[in-house]
Design a binder for this molecule. Structure first.
Ligand SMILES: [Zn+2]
Length: 723
C-alpha cells in the first residue's frame, strides 16, 4: 500500500495542507476492530506466567458501585476531551496546521515545557481503556483519530528534521542532549515521555485492534533501538542515573512488549539498554536495600519493566531484582493507604529530606509523615508491579497489597465531583496530620496515571490458570466476567467496600477450580454454595479452593465482616492507623498534632473494636470525639490517617480498674492481653488477664492489690465484652 504522504505529494498536495482533512476523516477510515482485540492473544502468549489476567474488555464493572461512580466521572472527562488537543503539541512540532481554537493539554504539557507529549500518551491509554471497559464508539473514535493524527506527525517529522520513526511533541534535541549528560531542567525525562506515548499506542493496538498504532509504535521502537545501540553501556548507565533527566518510566516494558508482539530481537536488546546498572539493579540483585533518598517513581516502573524483560528473555536476574525491590518497599516503606515516599526531619545520623518524592529510610513510617508524600503515580506503579509479580508467583500477599492500595490510595485519589476540565485527582495523598487532599493535576504525572487508574478497575478482579482449569477471585468488586474459553459468565453482585458480602452467580456449565481469596483482614470469612453454608477451615491470607463442576444458576456467596482494628507503624507502636476491614479510616480534624485515641474500652471478645457508627453513613464512626471516615471518600476535609494510641488506665468495657496501663518494653498491659484475641468466651478472656497480670506482677509492674482490681474489672465487664 503506498505511503499516504507519498500519495499526497504525488497528488500535488502538501503534507501540511492535508493534515486537518486527514485527521477529521480518520474515524471513517479507521481500521476495523477485531472481535477479539489483540490483547487476548498477547496475554495468552506470555511464556512465563503461571496465572494470567483476563483481557480488559472481558470484565465490566457493575453500576452502582463506588468503582463505577469514580470511573464514570473520569469517563465524562474522556468523552468531553477534544482530540485536537491531544495532538496539538505534536502538530506544532511536525509543522502541521491546527484547527482554529486548538490548544495544548496544559500543565506540564503546555506549549513549551520539556515534558510536553506525556499527557497525550496517558489520554490515549485512557481512551483505549474506556473503550475496553464500555465498548462505546465514543472512545474508539477518539483512539482512531489520535492514532491517525500521531501517524501523520511521525511521517511529517521524518520528512523534516528527525531520524525515521521519531515521534514526540518536541524536537529530537532533548534525546541528543541527554547523551552528553545534560541535566534537569535542560532535559526533562525525554524517555519518560517516550514511554507514555509508546504505552498509549500499544494500548490502542492491544485494546482496540488499531493496527496503525502498532505500525507507529514499531517505528518508534526502531528509532529507540537505533539511537541507543550506538551508545556504550557506560554511557547508558550514566544517562539513566541523572536525576529526573534520565528518568525513563517503563521504557524496558514497552520495548519488551514490542518484542513479544513482533519477534524482532532488536526490541528485546533495546529493552535491556534501560537497565539501571549504575546503582539499583546490582543492589537489588544482591538484595541490598539502597532505596533511601532515591526518587520513588523514577524507579518503581523500571521494575515492572524488568519483569517484562524476564518474561521475554528468561534471564532470571530480571525477576529477582523485582521481587527483592518490592519487598524493600512493602512493608518497609509503606504507609497505611498503600503509598510510599515522604519527607523527614533531621535526626542523629540522618540528614533531613524536604523532597516528598524520595523513598524514606527503611522502616521510617511515623517519622516521615510530617509533610507531603505518597505520590499517587508511585502507587499506580506499585500496583502494576504487585500484580505482575503475582503472575509469576500467586502469593496472596501481592494481592493484599494491591487491595490496600486500590481501595484506599487510588479510590481516594479521585474527587467525588464531576469535571470535564480537570482530571480531579491527587498528586500527593499526604499523611500529614490535618492534611487536605488537593485535587486537579491537569498535565502532571499523577494527573496522567490518574486518568488510567479509574478506567481499569476491572484488571485484577479475576485471574485464571493458563489452561483455564482454575479461576481466581482476587477482589470482591461488583462486576461481570465473560470467561469465553469456558463458556461461562460470572456475575459478582456486591457494593464492596460499602458492603461486607458478595454473591457470584455462574451461568454456563463447566468444571473448574474456584479460588476465593480470603483477605488477611477477613477472619470472619464465611461461604455458602447454592445457599448451603460450607464449614471447614478458612484461613485469612490464603485462597480457599472450591473444586466441583459448575452449572448455570449456581451461586457462591461469601461474607467478610469488616472488623475495626488498629495497625501500628513500624517505627512507633503508639502511632496507629485505624482500619475497618480493608479500609483506612481517617479521623476528621484540622489539628496538626497527633490526636490521642483510647480504644480498648471498645474492644470485644472477638478482638473487634466496636466504635459508635454514624447513623445513615456507611463505614463511618465516631470515637474520641472525632468522626472516622474511609479515605475513599474523595473530598477536601482535613483528616488524620494516623492517631496516637493513648491508653492510660487498664479498662475493660465500662469497667475502669483505675490501675495504670504500664509498659513492659514497648508493650502495654492491655496490648499483651488483647494480643490473645479472639477469645472463645469470657472465662477464656479472664484466664488471659490472670496470666498477663501474673507476668506483669513478676516484672514488678503490678502490685497485688492492683492485680486484684484488674481481675475484678475483667470479671465484671462480661456484658460489655460480648461481641
Ligand atoms: Zn506523580
Amino acid at each position: 500500500m503506498p505511503d499516504r504522504r507519498d500519495f499526497l505529494k504525488a497528488a500535488g498536495a502538501t503534507v501540511v495542507g492535508s493534515a486537518i482533512t486527514a485527521s477529521s476523516s480518520a474515524a471513517a477510515a479507521s481500521p476495523a476492530i477485531a472481535a477479539e482485540p489483540p490483547q487476548t492473544a498477547f496475554l495468552d502468549a506470555n511464556p512465563r506466567w503461571v496465572v494470567r489476567p483476563f483481557p480488559l474488555h472481558r470484565v465490566s464493572i457493575m453500576d452502582g458501585t463506588v468503582f463505577a461512580e469514580k470511573r464514570d466521572r473520569v469517563l465524562q472527562y474522556a468523552a468531553a476531551y477534544p482530540v485536537d488537543r491531544v495532538l496539538h503539541n505534536f502538530r506544532v512540532t511536525a509543522g502541521l496546521p491546527r484547527p482554529p481554537g486548538s490548544a495544548p493539554p496544559g500543565g506540564w504539557d503546555d506549549a513549551t515545557g520539556n515534558l510536553r507529549g506525556h499527557f497525550s500518551g496517558h489520554l490515549l491509554t485512557m481512551f483505549a481503556q474506556a473503550y475496553a471497559g464500555t465498548g462505546s464508539s465514543v472512545y474508539l473514535d477518539k483512539v482512531n483519530q489520535v492514532v491517525a493524527g500521531l501517524a501523520q506527525c511521525q511521517q511529517a517529522m521524518a520528512g523534516r528534521f528527525s531520524h525515521p520513526g521519531f515521534l514526540a511533541a518536541y524536537p529530537e534535541t532533548q534525546f541528543i542532549q541527554l547523551e552528553s549528560f545534560a541535566t534537569y531542567p535542560t532535559v526533562w525525562a525525554p524517555y519518560y515521555t517516550c514511554h507514555k506515548i509508546m504505552r498509549g499506542l500499544l494500548d490502542a493496538y492491544l485494546l482496540t485492534g488499531n493496527t496503525q498504532a502498532l505500525q507507529v509504535v514499531t517505528r518508534m521502537g526502531d528509532w529507540v533501538h537505533s539511537r541507543l545501540s550506538r551508545l556504550s553501556r557506560t554511557t547508558l548507565n550514566r544517562m539513566w542515573a541523572i536525576y529526573i533527566a534520565g528518568e525513563n518510566g517503563a521504557m524496558n516494558e514497552v520495548m519488551a512488549d514490542l518484542f513479544a508482539l513482533t519477534g524482532n530481537q532488536n526490541y528485546l536488546t533495546a529493552s535491556m539498554y534501560f537497565d539501571n546498572r549504575q546503582s539499583l539493579f546490582g543492589a537489588c540483585l544482591a538484595n541490598q536495600d539502597t532505596l533511601t533518598r532515591l526518587h520513588a517513581n523514577t524507579h518503581v516502573p523500571q521494575f515492572l519493566g524488568y519483569l517484562r524483560v524476564f518474561d521475554q528473555s528468561g534471564v532470571a536476574e530480571y525477576r529477582t531484582v523485582a521481587e527483592n525491590f518490592f519487598r524493600m518497599v512493602v512493608p518497609h516503606r509503606m504507609y497505611a493507604h498503600g503509598g510510599t515516599s515522604g519527607t523527614w526531619p533531621a535526626a542523629p545520623g540522618l540528614a533531613a529530606n524536604t523532597n516528598p518524592e524520595l523513598f524514606q529510610p527503611r522502616g521510617n513510617i511515623s517519622g516521615s509523615i510530617g509533610g507531603n508524600g505518597a505520590e499517587t503515580c508511585t502507587t499506580y506503579n506499585l500496583l502494576r508491579v504487585a500484580r505482575n509479580l503475582f503472575f509469576h508467583n500467586p502469593d496472596p500477599a501481592y494481592l493484599e497489597y494491591y487491595e490496600r492500595g486500590l481501595v484506599n490510595h487510588i479510590l481516594g485519589s479521585r474527587r467525588d465531583a464531576a469535571s470535564t476540565s480537570s482530571p480531579n485527582v491527587t498528586y500527593f495523598f499526604p499523611l500529614a496530620l490535618g492534611s487536605v487532599r488537593s485535587f486537579g493535576n491537569l498535565g502532571t504525572c499523577c494527573g496522567g496515571t490518574g486518568l488510567e487508574n479509574h478506567t481499569k478497575y476491572q484488571e485484577t478482579i479475576y485471574f485464571r490458570a493458563p489452561d483455564n482449569s482454575a479461576l481466581y477471585v482476587n477482589l470482591y468488586i461488583g462486576s461481570v466476567l465473560q470467561w469465553t474459553e469456558k463458556g461461562v459468565t460470572v456475575t459478582q453482585t456486591t457494593d464492596f467496600p460499602r458492603a461486607q458480602e458478595s454473591t457470584l452467580t455462574i451461568s454456563g456449565s463447566a468444571t473448574f477450580d474456584l479460588n476465593l481469596r480470603i483477605p488477611q483482614w477477613a477472619d470472619g470469612f464465611r461461604l455458602w454454595i447454592n445457599g448451603v453454608e460450607q464449614t471447614g477451615t478458612k484461613t485469612p491470607g490464603t485462597f480457599l479452593l472450591v473444586r466441583r463442576p459448575w452449572s448455570a444458576g449456581d451461586t457462591v456467596r461469601v461474607a467478610f465482616p469488616f472488623k475495626t482494628r488498629t495497625e501500628s507503624t513500624l517505627d512507633r507502636t503508639d502511632v496507629q492507623a485505624i482500619r475497618h476491614g480493608p479500609l483506612v479510616l481517617g479521623a476528621i480534624s484540622t489539628a496538626t498534632t497527633l490526636r490521642n485515641f483510647s480504644l480498648y474500652a471498645n474492644a470485644k471478645l472477638d478482638g473487634r473494636l466496636a466504635l459508635a457508627p454514624v447513623t445513615g453513613a456507611t463505614n463511618q464512626f465516631t470515637s474520641n470525639g472525632l468522626r472516622l471516615r474511609p479515605v475513599y471518600l474523595g473530598d477536601t476535609q482535613a483528616h488524620h490517617l494516623y492517631v496516637r494510641r493513648n491508653e492510660p488506665t487498664i479498662v475493660f468495657g465500662t469497667r475502669n480498674s483505675g490501675v495504670p496501663n504500664r509498659l513492659s518494653g514497648t508493650q502495654s498491659f492491655l496490648d499483651a492481653v488483647w494480643s490473645g484475641a479472639p477469645f472463645a468466651d469470657h472465662p477464656t478472656f479472664v484466664a488471659r488477664v490472670q496470666q498477663v497480670s501474673t507476668t506483669w506482677r513478676g516484672r514488678g509492674l503490678l502490685s497485688q492489690s492492683e492485680q486484684t482490681a484488674v481481675l475484678n474489672a475483667a470479671r465484671a465487664a462480661e456484658p460489655d465484652l460480648r461481641p
